[in-house]
Design a protein around this ligand. Structure first.
Ligand code: TYD
Length: 201
C-alpha cells in the first residue's frame, strides 16, 4: 500500500503523517516514511541545492532535479518496501511536480506527468491525501519560507488550483481533505477514508 500526502506548504501534512504512523503502529503494520525532495543520500544532497541554493535555476533544471531525487527514491526505498509488503508513506510525490513545476512554473502539466512516469517507472500511490488550505493560511502557519515558498501568493494559488484540478480528474486516488479544520478533525477524515480501503493496508 502506497499512501502519499500533498498540499501547499504549511497545510499540516507532517502532523497527519505522524498520526498515521501512530495508527499503523497500533495495528501492528510495518511502514516506511519518505520525504521529497530527499529520502536517500543523493536525494538529500539534491534537496539542499533545490531549497537552499543561492544560484539561479531554470524551471526545467529545477524539475529535473526533483525528478532525479524521485527516481532514486523509487529505486532505493519505495519499490523494495512495497515488495516486502510494507506500507509506504510519502510526504509529497508525483503530484507536487505537476502542481509546482507543471502549473506553478508553467512547464506544462501533461509534460510533467510524462516525465514523472519515466522517473517513477510508472508507479503511482494507491491513495493520495491532498490537504487543502487557503493560500492565506500558509502565511499564518509558516513564517520561514524556503526558496520555492518565497514565490508568493499568486504562485501558491496556481499550485493550489492545479491540485484541485488533479483531484477532480482522479477522484478515486486523490482525496481532498479540508485542512482548515483542527488537526484531530482532519485526522478523522483521513482515517474514515483509510478504513474504506483498509483491506489494502
Ligand atoms: P519542504 O520543506 O519539504 O516543505 P513541505 O513541508 O511543505 O513539504 O519543501 C519542499 C518544497 O519543494 C515545497 O515548497 C514544495 C516544493 N516541491 C516542488 O516544487 N516540486 C516537487 O516535485 C516537490 C517534491 C516539492
Amino acid at each position: 500500500m502506497f499512501i502519499s500526502f500533498e498540499g501547499i506548504d504549511g497545510c499540516g501534512k507532517g502532523t497527519q503523517i505522524s498520526y498515521l504512523e501512530k495508527y499503523l503502529d497500533s495495528i501492528g503494520k510495518t511502514y516506511i516514511v519518505v520525504r521529497e525532495p530527499g529520502g536517500t543520500e543523493i536525494g538529500e544532497t539534491i534537496r539542499e541545492v533545490l531549497l537552499h541554493s543561492k544560484f539561479a535555476i531554470t524551471g526545467k533544471a529545477e524539475l529535473l532535479l526533483f525528478l532525479a531525487s524521485r527516481a532514486q527514491l523509487v529505486h532505493e526505498k519505495i519499490l523494495p518496501a512495497l515488495k516486502e509488503g510494507k506500507v509506504v508513506i510519502a510526504d509529497r510525490f508525483i503530484d507536487s511536480s505537476v502542481a509546482y513545476q507543471g502549473a506553478g512554473r508553467k512547464i506544462g502539466v501533461e509534460e510533467v506527468k510524462k516525465l514523472n512516469s519515466f522517473a517513477t517507472e510508472n508507479i503511482k500511490p494507491d491513495i493520495t491525501f491532498y490537504i487543502d488550505i487557503p493560500v492565506s493560511a500558509f502565511y499564518q502557519r509558516k513564517p520561514f519560507a524556503d526558496r520555492i515558498e518565497c514565490e508568493g501568493t499568486a504562485f501558491l494559488e496556481t499550485v493550489r488550483q492545479a491540485y484541485l484540478k488533479m483531484a477532480h480528474e482522479e477522484p478515486n486516488r486523490i482525496i481532498v481533505i479540508d485542512g482548515s479544520k483542527n488537526t484531530e478533525d482532519v485526522w478523522k477524515s483521513i482515517l474514515s477514508h483509510l478504513s474504506q480501503v483498509r483491506d489494502l493496508i
